[in-house]
Write a protein that binds this ligand. Sequence first.
Ligand SMILES: N[C@@H](CCC(=O)N[C@@H](CS)C(=O)NCC(=O)O)C(=O)O
Length: 203
Amino acid sequence: MKLYNEHNPAPNPRRVRIYLAEKGISFPFVHVPMREKAHKSTEFLTKNSLGQVPVLELDDGRMLSESIAICRYLEELHPQPPLFGADPWQRAQVEMWSRRIEFGLMSRLGAVWINTHKYTAHLGTQFKDFGEASRLRAVKALQWLNDELQGREYLANERYSMADIVALTTVDFGTFIGVEMPAELTHLHAWHARVSSRPSAAA
Ligand SMILES: N[C@@H](CCC(=O)N[C@@H](CS)C(=O)NCC(=O)O)C(=O)O
């Protein structure tokens, strides 16, 4: 197996790297330099027609895209320790939280990134009003997350899971693009410090 990867601050490949570090799994990474548009090359588009990283290549040549799908596949091969929940209820909780973070926060941050950031200005028309409205919604999502984290150490099942990986990479990407966690969101900051202190967070 090998993973087509991009370095930080790209949040989606980082999800897989953190997952691998938590599991103690390693296999080769192939760097796909996005600044050089390697992810949009004809060759890379045969691996993922969306031109996005990460992509997992199996030993028989099959390709798997989508960071969470990649981690779910690896979870089937390496079930311990469980990062997607240990029973039907726990698995549903991890799914619920991962989807809430992706749809409620990551999609808003993506809109801020594409529509307001100087690094993406060359990609096409930026709809600044939409980007700024998305920034407000992203901050509201952070406030909601802070409230949800009151009295809890982790997002799902009172244990570290894929949902925390998705949230950590998303929150850190927000900071990179200028949507920081407001200082008064103390539960969110405490959770962030907790998950960032794990060695895997350096991935
Ligand atoms: N939902 C996908 C998102 C993948 C994605 O958007 N990756 C970014 C890098 S972090 C990318 O390749 N962006 C280039 C593009 O969308 O054209 C996943 O979870 O893997």
